[in-house]
Ligand binder design. Sequence first.
Ligand code: BGC
Ligand code: NOJ
Length: 814
Amino acid sequence: MKFGYFDDLKREYVITQPDTPLPWINYLGCQAYFGIISNTAGGYSFYRDARLRRITRYRYNNVPMDFGGRYIYLRDDESKEFWSPSWQPTRNNLKNYTCRHGLGYTTIGSEYAGIEASTRYFVPLDETLEIWQLTVTNKRAVKASISAFSSIEFCLWDAQDDATNFQRNFNTGQVEVEDGVIYHKTEYRERRNHFAYFATSEKGGSFDTQREAFLGSYRGWDKPATVEAGQLTNSIAHGWSPIGAHQVKLDLAPGETRQIVFVLGYHENPVAEKFDPPGSQIINKKLVKPTIAKYLDAKQADAAFEQLRQYWDGLLGVFQVATPDVHTNRMVNIWNAYQCMATFNMSRSASFYESGIGRGLGFRDSNQDLLGFVHMAPIRARERILDLASTQLPSGGAYHQYQPLTKRGNNDIGGDFNDDPHWLIVGVSAYIKEAGDWSILDEPVPYDNQPGSEKPLYEHLQRSFNYTLSRLGPHGLPLIGRADWNDCLNLNCFSDTPGQSCQTTTNKDGKVAESVFIAGLFVLAGRELAAIASHRGLESEVASYIAEVVKMDQVVRRHGWDGEWFLRAYDDFGAKIGSKECEEGKIFIESNGFCVLAGIGLEDGLAAKALEATGKHLATKHGIVLQQPPYSQYYLNLGEISSYPPGYKENAGIFCHNNPWVIIAETRLGHGDLAHDYYSRINPSAREAISDLHRCEPYVYAQMIAGKDAPSFGEAKNSWLTGTAAWNYYAIVQWILGIRTTLDGLEIAPVIPKSWPGFTATRVFRDVTYNIAIDRKGAGNSIALTVDGAPVNGNLVTPPADGRKEVTVKAILS
Ligand code: BGC
Ligand code: NOJ
């Protein structure tokens, strides 16, 4: 069952039923000002950091679900009936409800009692504000007197504090209202130089800023007393809960349409110019007023919207493909790339499942996110890499997370996740392959943000590599530390205390438990580092990296191979995890997918065996589960993985992030059919028809789909912020379609299904546009390449020597 449809031409998902199984959200903003918006206008906004600069308040896990947001109410001032065109919060029986989630904007509208209304929400480029454009049309044969109300609830900035510290917070709230603009200035009197504002294009209406004055006591957003009565009260909040609400009266002739613009924004004043007049406690509004005035003008708002569209045309234009499979096209050309922007911006911080409070930007996450993002905005990727590397510790280890606002490593979580450092190598390598910018390696970058500790980025990569070499365990495999990619495989934790974090609790000395996954990652990262070193002419270094990689490859064969598949780890007792000898957790996806992806066992059949076992024991119709059999009870020596009921999350859920590792691995064996089949099983568009089971948005990947051991097998959770976005984009584009960035140029090596006659693609790569056509003449994966008509040996397309900006690439596949 579906709840809407894809409008591929407009690059929108159109939701036609408001009561989706879960809120289906979208992101507003893609630079510094962000918002989450659901299909019924729920959600909130923040500036840069969802914890430290929360602009509007949102109550997670609320009832009814997703209650609170950017609500508009309409009231028929004759019949006194009121409703919300976005369905929530009033939930009337609307006609023609539609929510169009587009790239950086959402439009929600409907018709009720002969009044058509729709609101377009978006954040203009390079601004720290959002625009709501409300269009109301009277479709009745007679005139209509309508009141339109806007409403938002301000957050007192620090979302964590806002949700807990009520003894203080109920006293600090402050606002100003000037010319109908509501300014939220809590804590502006002391150490903040920022404030929020909420403005409307219609002057002279009334407003409210005190929540209970607007709602009435013991009432919710579904039935505000003022909206019911048809009159706001011009309340001024002192303490308690500041809100912003406007009332605009519209007399509409039959057929008449009116547009009202609301602007919600964030502004920082220079500290020395906070107040006007100086010495007073009144916000200096001089600097912000021109911006407010500009966007309240509907023409300017339209122009800003057009710019946003063009911006996305440009970003998506970097890679476009036409294959025989609509789901592949739609995800690659639109939604997967779009999701990669969201994961780049948010890491795992703010979604409908991530509260914006718990997590900053993850070191491993943000590095991996670059795989799917770097082609769209290499300059932003470069900045991100330098920020990440600046938090690296002198040991080569890494803080697991950093706060986006301060760009400092988060001490509460700390480090010692022993896979973390290698992802920096993977991220940097992806960047150089895309941008061809070798200068990044010479950038001076500090350790742990300490001034004076700057070293070239290249040295950071060396330390990442050496970090593992100085942390090898009894079998010569990498010690796991607090966890590897699998945050929940906590082999040094042994926690029996309720509520203790398995990821930051370490009860063991960490000298025994080893990870085969990190071994695979080490092999991959080591090869990348060697290739980079070779380009720099550091041949003796290359030899030593390769020697270590070869050694690790051998250790994996000797101590990481179980007979039919790769082991997962050794625990603190030196016992195997992910072995046929285990009763539960006999086989794991991560080590099998990643070791093969890294090239281990390709020549001697181990890789093929490992993938066969993976397919046999782990693949299901909804995707590949993380391990089998699931853990049926909590094991002290395993940690959080065994805390989840079977089939969920890391305990045998379909943890989508690692499915593309197997997909890539299959392409390395030349299995295009199986690779694309696995790809399609978790492709959200391909799952649209089962939206009632899948439940999450059909246009973005979710972190997890419940595995076969769960009662809700096939149900997705935790959509949007997942490494699945980048990895699946990378898997389909670079490995199945095989249009691959390398240090030397673009490689063309498709491993596509046998039934595909071929495909075409355009790729803008280092300022050159490549028009690529793949033509299948036989069932295999061999390639005969011509570039602008001239045959080329091998499959590498190097940048045109004569400076041409457009190149035609034809490949015959046989
Ligand atoms: C999640 C990880 C997260 C960890 C935090 C795990 O269940 O999958 O994403 O880092 O919990 O505790
Ligand atoms: C999600 C986390 O963000 C990521 O870092 C981790 O690798 C996976 N969960 C698996 O635990």
